[in-house]
Structure formats: C-alpha cells, structure tokens
Design a protein around this ligand. Structure first.
Ligand SMILES: [Zn+2]
Length: 282
C-alpha cells in the first residue's frame, strides 16, 4: 500500500483535517540515514508533520521544520519542497534510548529542551519564520503549540511511528486537525471528545486503516474531501545546487582542498548522494 495524504473539511468547513500515512516514507528515511529506533521514531514524526504542513498553502514553495534540542539526537530537520514530498535528516542518527514509563519511545528525552523553528518560503524576499520553545519534545505536541501560539490556529496534532523488532518501520503516519475562525464551541467540544478516545495513530494505521479512514474519524456530519495525493521521500539535490555554496568557500580554501585531495567531494545530507568536483569544474 502506498503512502497517501488527505485534506478534508467537516462541520460546515469550520474544521480542517489533514491525515497522512508515511510508513514507506519513514522506512526510506531510516534506510538512508541508518537510524536506530528512537531516532527513527523522532525523525519519522518530524517528516510526517512536515508533509502535512507542506500542503497547507497553495503558494508555499518550501516548508522547513527544525527542532534544535539539547538532547542526544541534536538537530532534526524536515523539508517539503513540493506538495506530497519530504526529505530530512538528524544530527545523530545512532541514538536509541530506553522506553519511557509508558512503554513508548522516549522522544522527549532524545529531543530535549530547545527551539522549534518553522520556515515558510513563499518565494518572496523574506521567508516567514516562526520560532517557539520546544514544549515537551514529543514533536506532535510541539507542532500543536506552534500552530496555536505562532499562527493562532487551535490545532491537535497526532504523529506516530511504530518500529518492528528488526528495526524496520512497521507503521507511521499522523493527523492535524484545526479549528478555523468562527468555529462553534459545540464543534470544538465534540472534537475534544474524539481526540480523548482516539487510539494511537500507530495502532490505527497498523490495523490497516488508510489516511482516508483516519480522516473520517474526525468527521462531524459530512466530510468534504479537498485533496488526496500520494506522498514520498524525495530529495531534489543536484551537482549544480552544491556549486554555489562551494564557491562561497573562496578560491584560497578551494585550492587548498584540491591540492590535498585532488578534487572536492560533497555529500548531500538529505539523501547521501555524493558529488565530486575537479578544479576545472569549479
Ligand atoms: Zn540529496
């Protein structure tokens, strides 16, 4: 089954629902970065959130979600360059902590206190930057806090990654449910009730539910589907893209590296693709 994302509204367009299944996306990230289970879950949650945030505006050119925490994982980055695609990395992929007292991945401890930055690039001169302190480090709660605090949109965010005993990703996905301005209290209360009793996202997706079925769980009255699309891990890097940043090192520095190593090799942090440049090519 391929991963897919769904955008829907309900309660007379007063509630917006984003749901996504990302089992394949997170497994691909695990394979590329060779993450250990706690790191797989943390990066997977960030990628899942980033995918949904990447489809929230038609004019968005690039959305970046960055967790800079003091925990052992270091920085975690998710980037969505076009609707339905995501790429990401974390500073220390080889992190695996004991489970927390609830028997879940201790993502909060692995991320640690710090800041969450959301950068929205609409192709204009200055991208929009939203910065909030990391609340719990559980990723989903932090994104919910960001929406409420920075964008003034009350939101509930659920993100989950289930890792099989062999380390592979067994199920992953999430939802973002947002109350739009003017939403009646009764609708908000009904949603709160749904959220209180909804099983963990991983439990839902692992049982075989699709993102469309997950979205239906939040329906109040009828559900209006706005879009449905496949999602994938995709890196848009190219040899040309790294030339600019390389050249900014300056002639002296580049000559020194070429003298020492014969050429310059750059590796993409998002997909591990290597690019080699000779002196002539630069
Ligand atoms: Zn790449």
């Amino acid at each position: 089954m391929t991963d897919s994302l769904m955008i829907a509204t309900t309660a007379n367009d007063m509630v917006r629902i984003y749901t996504v299944s990302t089992t394949g996306v997170v497994e691909e990230a695990r394979r590329i970065h060779q993450t250990w289970p706690t790191a797989t879950a943390a990066l997977g949650r960030v990628l899942t959130g980033t995918l949904m945030m990447g489809v929230m505006s038609d004019t968005l050119k690039r959305l970046t979600v960055q967790f800079a925490g003091e925990g052992p994982l270091g920085k975690i980055i998710g980037v969505s360059n076009q609707p339905g695609t995501v790429k990401g990395y974390l500073e220390n992929p080889q992190v695996d902590l004991d489970l927390n007292p609830l028997g879940k991945f201790d993502i909060a401890k692995a991320v640690g206190p710090g800041t969450l930055t959301v950068i929205k690039d609409h192709g204009l001169k200055n991208p929009y930057n939203g910065v909030v302190p990391i609340q719990s480090g559980e990723i989903g709660e932090d994104l919910a806090y960001y929406f409420t605090k920075s964008e003034q949109i009350p939101s509930a965010v659920g993100l989950g990654v289930l890792v099989a005993p062999d380390g592979q990703v067994q199920a992953a996905g999430g939802f973002i449910v947002q109350l739009l301005p003017g939403c009646p209290d009764a609708v908000a209360m009904s949603l709160e009730e749904t959220l209180r009793y909804i099983p963990a996202v991983t439990t839902i997706l692992n049982s075989g539910e699709t993102s469309a079925q997950l979205a239906r769980r939040f329906a109040i009255g009828s559900l209006k589907i706005l879009a449905e699309m496949p999602v994938k891990y995709y890196c848009d890097c190219s040899g040309e893209r790294f030339r600019g940043p390389l050249l900014s090192l300056g002639r002296q520095e580049l000559e020194k590296i070429i003298q020492e190593q014969g050429n310059i090799e750059v590796q993409c942090q998002f997909c591990n693709q290597k690019y080699t440049y000779s002196a002539a090519e630069l």
